[in-house]
Design a protein around this ligand. Structure first.
Ligand SMILES: *Cc1c(COP(=O)(O)O)cnc(C)c1O
Length: 222
């Protein structure tokens, strides 16, 4: 099996409207180019330094997704080119993204990360914190960011019922937030959930973006 075959296999298993983000973290440019040359354009990274370097070195029509925890002091490094920031988990971070987007004369698309897993180590907001941000005056004054949906990571477990419940909960929150804060606007439309081990369950629960690394590029050596 090679990278392009792995990609094709996954694409054949998911509805066409679900976007596949190939998570290339820790992987060399040649692996990314192999995927790119087979027609894939969407890649995800979780370290600012790696993303900057890959952006510089690789074709400019790649759509780069930042999927990791983002520190405020690093926003400026990716603001000129990042396509979607998946894991925004505070108003402070949003404020910074808004500032840096303005400096670059862009609007940056963001997802708010929800904490849906049992593990406390995972980042993210609960439903009340999420609503607090979206109701705040400051958020409504930010004109250089666009919240286009939610992101979440399920518990790392073999128990598919736990995973399914967590993804269903994220979908339920998405529907509620969309209704309450986004009305008829079609901007709020993405649910980023599902990784190599659980993307089939995520798609069943209504995922619109899956973030897949190891079953495309192979195991990572850290
Ligand atoms: C690494 C990573 C992924 C991809 O994980 P795989 O299990 O290799 O598919 C997805 N999302 C986030 C946030 C990640 O850090």
């Amino acid at each position: 099996m090679n990278i392009s075959e792995n990609l094709l296999k996954i694409k054949n298993q998911i509805p066409q409207k679900v976007k596949l983000i190939a998570v290339s973290k820790t992987k060399p440019n040649e692996d990314i180019l192999e995927a790119y040359n087979s027609g894939h354009k969407f890649f995800g990274e979780n370290k600012v330094q790696d993303l900057e370097k890959k952006y510089e070195e690789l074709p400019k029509d790649i759509e780069w997704h930042y999927i990791g925890h983002l520190q405020r002091n690093k926003v400026k490094n990716i603001a000129p080119f990042v396509s979607l920031i998946h894991a925004v988990d505070s108003l402070r971070l949003l404020r910074k993204i808004n500032e840096e987007a303005a400096k670059n004369n862009r609007t940056i698309n963001c997802l708010l990360q929800m904490h849906i897993a049992k593990e406390s180590a995972k980042f993210g907001l609960d439903i009340n914190e999420l609503k607090e941000i979206l109701s705040s005056e400051e958020y409504s004054s930010m004109n250089r960011i666009k919240i286009v949906g939610l992101m979440g990571m399920a518990t790392y477990t073999e128990d598919k019922t736990i995973i399914k419940n967590e993804f269903d909960y994220l979908k339920k929150c998405f529907d509620e937030i969309k209704k309450e804060f986004f009305g008829k606007s079609n901007d709020f439309k993405e649910i980023s959930m599902g990784m190599s081990g659980d993307y089939d369950i995520a798609v069943e629960s209504g995922s619109t973006m899956i973030r897949i690394g190891s079953i495309i590029f192979g195991k990572r050596n850290y």
